[in-house]
Design a binder for this molecule. Structure first.
Ligand code: NAP
Length: 505
């Protein structure tokens, strides 16, 4: 099936034009033209979402589960076309897109199962105490309720799993919140075909069409208007620190400020403890190179920094890393802009006195080759820029003089999505010093693994203190992510016939 995009916006069941068009910028394949979004379309989508909330927000969990499963089925029904246009637009290999589609439909089905169980409702009950002195206590029950229309911004590096029908959309719909997606300009066609799948699911299940709209971008005003629209009650965002911060600030400055759940960037430091490094320096170097270059390093969980204690084992580790990285061929990046940012980051590192190049490869145009640099703990601590994310396959080895300095370095990190300890049993005492520090820094702390690859499960946290995310109490992956779009309400002395149905089933 060859997919040719309509190039329009989907607003509450209607495919609409905008003002002018913008062209897609695929890595390969045809260029398509898409209508540019407008503030008027944003208004229409938000008003339709609010109207839809009055039915969808009060629908049964079984109805919403059926809707989520139908979206997943409709995405699967378009599998080959999604892979084709997704690969053209992003340059990601077909196998990666097939895997990401499985993750996307898996998330939708996982949320369907999750809401059916009802655990997300966190139902609480405090019985009345009519005889309590000096005053009687009323009966109080608590339940989580959906918050209203939600705006979603996907990321360029996950055109399916963190985009139109990605984790944020799945969590919001599961909660009972209509969604308005701002389409990502890096994959507008992929966004459109997934929107078509959602539209088909809306028609099949009979939910209100205002439950989902997709406004393609093409101009920044669309995103600005969306997060500032008074009917939008929260924003789910995955993307860059600069973009996320700009939109977060707009949310905070609204007359009615709303939560902005931004999942942003991270350098995901790894701490290689001495016994582990000594025992398997080469394996660790090869493993790091694989994780660093996976998907051209375009993962928010890419481990960009390895901290090691200086010495012979550190030499073996860096040599093995360089050797493995040198065999990696240039890989296409997601967009011209991301490739340029990578080349700029590489040049920035190469020009710093504080770093020594271990492997510098020049890549051209939209391709990226791996780069590896090295610095000392003291230099790292004195140069804040060395701890900033370079999105792509660029690694930095930080050599420290002692475990004390390693702990000092760990204490200096900003918020991270992940932090990793590589250890053997003889490293346990050193690891015990690091663990309390790292859990204050990161949403996920790993041992003896690499952080790329985020499991979509009940116990996952994909978030962390700022700047990893704008809301450290939340996760954007896993079933706990539904809590972002729910609000606790207490019902006092309410007769059973008046309580929300979710108290009963
Ligand atoms: P991005 O450039 O921030 O774009 C994300 C979305 O925000 C796009 O729709 C973009 O619109 C919009 N946007 C960006 N800046 C804006 C502004 N100032 N005003 C209004 N809208 C704005 O991010 P990306 O390139 O897609 O993703 C790459 C980055 O995301 C990397 O830094 C990576 O580490 C991070 N990331 C984080 C996670 C995570 O879970 N924490 C996951 C994946 C990626 P346009 O379409 O117009 O560009």
């Amino acid at each position: 099936m060859v997919f040719t995009p309509k190039g329009k916006h989907l607003v509450a069941g209607e495919w609409l034009d905008g003002e002018g068009t913008f062209g897609s910028a695929p890595a390969h394949g045809p260029v398509y033209h898409f209508a540019i979004g407008t503030v008027e379309l944003v208004n229409r989508a938000c008003e339709a979402a609010e109207e839809a909330f009055w039915s969808f927000g009060y629908s049964s969990r079984a109805e919403r589960a059926a809707f989520l499963r139908t979206i997943a089925d409709e995405i699967d029904a378009r599998a080959d076309a999604i892979t084709e246009i997704g690969s053209q637009e992003t340059g990601l290999p077909e196998a990666r897109l097939q895997g990401e589609r499985g993750r996307t439909t898996g998330q939708l089905r996982l949320f369907a199962d999750h809401i059916e169980k009802g655990e997300h409702l966190d139902r609480r009950f405090d019985a009345a105490m009519p005889d309590r002195k000096p005053a009687p206590r009323p009966e109080i029950r608590l339940i989580q309720r959906p918050i209203g229309p939600v705006a979603v911004f996907g990321a360029s590096n996950f055109p399916l799993a963190f985009s139109t029908a990605g984790g944020d959309t799945a969590a919001a719909l599961a909660a009972g919140c209509p969604v308005v997606v701002k389409g990502h300009s890096a994959h507008p066609g992929t966004g459109e075909i997934v929107a078509q799948a959602i539209e088909a699911a809306i028609r099949k299940t009979g939910v209100h069409p205002g439950v989902f709209s997709l406004i393609q971008g093409g101009c920044r005003e669309v995103g600005h208007a969306l997060v500032q629209h008074p009917l939008i009650k929260a924003v789910g965002f995955t993307g860059s620190l600069a973009g996320g911060r700009a939109l977060f600030d707009l949310c905070a400055a609204r007359p009615e400020p709303i939560p902005f759940f931004g999942e942003l960037g991270s350098v995901n430091p790894m701490f290689l403890l001495p016994e582990a490094l000594n025992a398997r320096a080469e394996t660790l170097g090869q493993g790091w190179a694989g994780s660093l270059t996976m998907g051209a390093g375009q993962f928010c969980t890419n481990p960009g920094i390895a901290v090691v204690v200086d010495g012979a084992a550190a030499d073996r580790f860096t040599a093995a890393t360089v050797e493995a990285l040198a065999t990696v061929a240039p890989q296409t990046m997601l967009t011209d802009g991301i490739a340029k940012a990578y080349h700029d980051g590489q040049a920035r590192f190469a020009s710093r006195n504080a770093v020594k190049p271990l492997l510098v490869t020049r890549s051209t145009d939209r391709a990226a080759s791996p780069n590896l640099f090295e610095t000392t703990g003291a230099q790292f601590l004195s140069d804040h820029a060395l701890g900033e994310e370079v999105f792509g396959p660029l690694g930095l080895v930080v050599r420290v003089g002692s475990l004390d300095e390693m702990e000092q370095l760990a204490r200096g990190f900003e918020g991270q999505l992940t932090a990793t300890i590589h250890m053997d049993s003889a490293d346990l005492d050193a690891a015990r010093r690091l663990r309390p520090v790292l859990e204050r820094k990161a949403g996920r702390v790993l041992v003896n693994g690499f952080p790329t690859g985020v499991e979509v499960v009940d116990s996952m946290v994909h978030g962390g203190p700022y700047p990893a995310s704008t809301n450290f109490g939340a996760t954007s992956v896993g079933t706990l992510s539904i809590r972002r779009f729910l609000r606790p309400v207490a019902y006092q002395n309410m007769p059973e016939g008046l309580l929300p149905e979710d108290f009963l089933g």
